[in-house]
Design a protein around this ligand. Structure first.
Ligand SMILES: Nc1ncnc2c1ncn2[C@@H]1O[C@H](COP(=O)(O)OP(=O)(O)OP(=O)(O)O)[C@@H](O)[C@H]1O
Ligand SMILES: [Mg+2]
Length: 245
């Protein structure tokens, strides 16, 4: 059993963070939401569409996914704009013929994600941070209703991470922007736009709700199984292992 007794409702306009230790089931939970995995029991409704009654291939186009597993499948010679456009067709290569307006949209997204300087480079040579920004642009081109971000900041330096987080914050403030679900291991990555937290421990939810109620030392200590101190400073959170003595 990987996940058990999960009950979770995300209301329109909410952005959530999923926290839990390695192997607690975060990616599996998100793969279910994105229609890549099917739960053995229970019901899933995403963007108003109930699984079992909807064509998942169609629904999946409304769900953006940013996670490292996609990166391994990108053709090394693919150029950034082609890569972004490929998100529109929900394939990693380009099999349909994209229109000039697709490329205009891709260029606008590249600018929004500060990718203008890398547009002539093949994917294979890009840095981790550049790839992550392109993945987000690619996810946004199909105007998703839900954007799932599975550890999007992994491997980023402090500056790149802060830039990426501020992009997420501006998406979160955009009334036309998608709902977002962010998986992270670091509380300082929880930007103000993310108002809710879902805590997972060994496949079960130990707490969920508004972040100010969930990001507390006692709940975090319970979820991670080690003593944790946590607090808030200038609208951002921090946590550290509570050392004895
Ligand atoms: N297809 C599978 N068959 C068997 N076990 C699986 C399968 N997929 C995942 N698991 C197990 O389920 C657990 C949850 O995996 P998952 O990838 O969801 O964890 P996670 O919370 O995303 O962890 P991490 O923080 O390391 O990314 C792990 O113990 C994993 O080994
Ligand atoms: Mg994971």
């Amino acid at each position: 059993m990987i996940l058990d007794d999960i009950s979770w409702e995300i209301r329109p306009g909410e952005n959530w963070v999923v926290l839990g230790s390695n192997g607690s089931g975060k990616t599996t939970l998100l793969q279910i939401l994105a229609g890549y995995l099917w739960p053995t029991s229970g019901e899933v409704t995403v963007l108003g569409e109930r699984f079992g009654e909807v064509d998942l291939r169609v629904l999946r186009r409304k769900i953006g996914w940013v996670g490292s597993f996609l990166q391994a499948q990108v053709p090394p010679s693919q150029k950034p704009l082609e890569f972004i456009v490929s998100g529109k067709y929900a394939t990693l290569g380009i099999f349909d013929t994209p229109s000039p307006s697709d490329f205009e949209e891709a260029a606008a997204l590249a600018e929004r994600l500060h990718c203008q300087k890398i547009l002539d480079l093949p994917y294979a040579v890009l840095s981790q941070g550049e790839k992550q920004r392109l993945l987000i642009a690619r996810a946004l081109i199909s105007k998703p209703g839900l954007l799932i971000l599975d550890e999007p900041c992994s491997g980023l330096d402090l500056v790149s991470r802060e830039q990426l987080l501020s992009t997420l914050e501006s998406l979160g403030r955009d009334p036309e922007g998608p709902s977002m679900i962010l998986v992270t291991h670091y509380l300082e990555e929880i930007m103000p736009a993310f108002g809710h937290v879902f805590l997972l421990k060994s496949g079960r939810c130990t707490a969920q709700g508004e972040k100010t109620a969930i990001l507390k030392p006692d709940l975090l200590t319970d979820a991670f199984g080690i003593p944790i101190d946590a607090g808030r400073e200038n609208g951002r959170f921090w946590c550290r292992v509570a050392l004895k003595g």
